[in-house]
Write a protein that binds this ligand. Structure first.
Ligand code: M6R
Length: 608
């Protein structure tokens, strides 16, 4: 997730406006920043790695001439956070500049074709192909800038919100979107484009939301929306935005956590666009290893637990999920050169996870990393790492980064299964197709169930403790639902594999005791129904997360939340955890706690 901004102003210095707007977009990424402006037929650029304030102190981002320009704040995905990879990126002739938020999936192929035609690339980013492709189309086909941008976008696959400026047509910014957010702000003396409304809200409250497949030509006195496919005109009037500055930061949501829960469909789509190369490399290491440990803390550990079921069921690969703080004590002596450690950490900086990695490195084990932060310590100590590309997560409770971790791990399990010839091609095709549908399924759960979950939170808000139970891979979902409720709503809760509940925990149950069952219709369903009966017999209030239309469990439960039909069991934690995230969120709100800042917790735990 990056932030883009553009400003076409009738008077004054665009650079200063862009700099201030990028500060307001900093929550979208903060490992590099850059600006480009046009003045007297020339392109001016300043960019570097580092936080906006650091780069400004070094380069003075306000000191660029001209009243039209673009800017970018970066969250690295392709290419390390270095000066050369910072946006804007420019063409060979230094006439065109582009900023981009998203991922161009076919960039390697396009880059090769452009290099064969003589284009020289400066960065390791996917973005740079956009600007060279526009240059190629302008030069070779004599297209206008708008035509060239549209043609270039037709040749590119992936997600983007882009803004392009050029000395060839210095009075305009051309921006466009596919699956990455883009809004236009219409001021008295200037028109803006941005990844998000807060970027221009202090300047204007008139906003036009741009849709997928549209481009916009922005000048200092207006905007024109066209379809990328055929440059057909689209009429859309600005809307008045009445958000307070605080609401604006959270895009109108009351809390970052709720915003991040709602961002999951988009975050998952990005995670489905990971670079093949890294997935393949990591799969090779997982295949070759004599033993594989999945090491993490908190929510990331729950992703590891779910992954151990995925690897075993799909690829017949036994893996050992282990809480990082226990790793050295339990396996420190036996881990060796033939062991592989897949460390999973959203932040890449969790002290317990890094300590486990250090212990394993010390004994020459291979370290693989899955993280959300390129440039984090975990990426530096890993032989291979994958960046899950969820964008910054501000809420202390991990939500969108959990489902994205699951999505990456599922992709790895699928590849491993393929490599090992353990499942038929038909099954692989089916699972891949289902994985592609997961972002939409998650969206459906949010849209269809949020109101009901809000009411459930109202009903159960005064309960003093909860059980979360599931079998098989749903044990991980149950554990994650419990952690969310405990950490933000401060409700003590117990989570167990449902089969284990009768070996002790059931003694806590008395009439009215709330028990949340995670029950997708997998092989465990029959046994789960047995466990529901045991709890019901003792007067428990059953809240079941079920597949749409599961009448049998509906009849047993006091309350139920439905998830779309047809989700394979190994993918079920992704949609089935969504109701639990929302339930924890609304319980916290009902109990008057701030879900974004739970007491005693930090987003990244850097002490052991
Ligand atoms: O950054 P990490 O994924 O390594 O963080 C691990 C845990 O500290 C983290 O998941 C924590 O449990 C969250 N508060 C969960 O919401």
């Amino acid at each position: 997730m990056c932030g883009i901004f553009g400003c076409a102003s009738k008077q004054g210095n665009a650079a200063k406006v862009i700099h201030a707007a990028l500060k307001r977009l900093e929550y979208r990424g903060y490992d590099s920043v850059g600006e480009a402006t046009l003045s007297e037929g020339k392109l001016f650029i300043k960019k570097d790695s580092g936080k906006i304030d650091e780069v400004h102190e070094k380069l003075n981002l306000d000191d660029l001439p001209g009243n039209l320009g673009i800017g970018h704040t970066r969250w690295a995905t392709h290419g390390a956070p270095l000066q050369v990879n910072a946006h804007p990126h420019i063409d060979c002739e230094e006439q065109i500049a582009v900023v981009h938020n998203g991922i161009i999936e076919n960039y390697a192929l396009v880059k090769k074709e452009l290099e064969d035609k003589g284009h020289v690339f400066r960065s390791k980013t996917d973005t740079e192909v956009i600007v060279h492709l526009i240059e190629e189309l302008v030069k070779q086909q004599n297209l206008t800038l708008v035509e060239a941008v549209a043609e270039a976008l037709k040749a590119l696959e992936g997600s983007y919100a882009i803004a392009v400026i050029s000395t060839l047509e210095p009075d305009k910014i051309i921006c466009a979107r596919n699956e990455s957010p883009l809004v236009v702000g219409v001021g008295e003396n200037a028109v803006y484009c941005a990844s998000d409304i807060p970027a221009f809200l202090p300047l204007t409250n008139k906003a036009v939301v741009i849709e997928d497949g549209e481009l916009v030509i922005i000048t200092n006195d207006g905007y024109e929306i066209q379809k990328i496919a055929d440059l057909r005109l689209v009429k859309r009037e600005p809307k008045i935005i009445d958000w307070t500055p605080e609401m604006a930061e959270k895009r109108g949501y009351p809390h970052f956590m709720l915003k991040e829960i709602h961002e999951q469909p988009l975050a998952l789509r990005n995670t489905l666009r990971l670079q093949e190369h890294y997935l393949e490399l990591m799969t090779t290491f997982l295949d070759r290893a004599k033993e594989v440990f999945l090491v993490a803390c908190g929510t990331s550990y729950h992703a590891c637990l779910a992954a151990s079921y995925m690897f075993s069921k799909l690829a017949y690969r036994a893996t050992y999920p282990i809480i990082a703080s226990e790793f050295a004590e339990q396996h420190g002596k036996s881990v060796n050169i033939e062991s592989t450690i897949l460390a999973v950490s959203q932040s890449g900086e969790t002290a317990d996870t890094l300590a486990a990695v250090e212990a394993a490195r010390h004994r020459a084990a291979t370290i693989l990393g899955l993280t959300n932060v390129i440039g984090s310590t975990l990426t530096r100590v890993s032989r291979v790492y994958i960046c899950q590309q969820s964008g910054p997560e501000i809420g202390v409770a991990a939500t969108k980064t959990f489902t994205a971790q699951l999505c990456v791990l599922a992709q790895l399990a699928l590849r491993l299964a393929k490599k090992r010839g353990k499942v038929s091609q038909d099954e692989i095709d089916f699972l891949e197709e289902k994985l592609e549908q997961i972002p939409n399924i998650v969206e459906n759960v949010i849209v269809k169930q949020e109101d009901k979950i809000k009411q459930l939170a109202r009903k159960y808000k005064d309960k003093r403790e909860f059980f979360f139970l599931g079998r098989g891979i749903s044990t991980a979902t149950a554990l994650e639902g419990r952690l969310k409720l405990m950490e933000i709503a401060y409700v003590p809760a117990i989570a167990y594999p449902a089969g284990e509940s009768k070996h002790g925990p059931i003694s806590l149950v008395e009439p009215g005791f709330p028990v949340v069952f995670v029950c997708p219709p997998d092989e465990t369903r029959k046994a789960v129904i047995g466990n529901i009966m045991e709890m019901k017999a003792r007067g428990a209030s059953i809240i079941a997360i079920i597949e749409e239309g599961d009448e049998e469990i509906k009849n047993l439960a006091e309350d139920f939340i439905e998830v779309d039909k047809g989700i394979p069991d190994i993918l079920s934690p992704i949609p089935y955890v969504i109701p639990l995230q929302l339930f924890a969120y609304y319980m916290a709100v009902e109990r008057s706690h701030d879900p974004d800042k739970p007491r005693n917790l930090a987003k990244s735990v850097t002490v052991k």
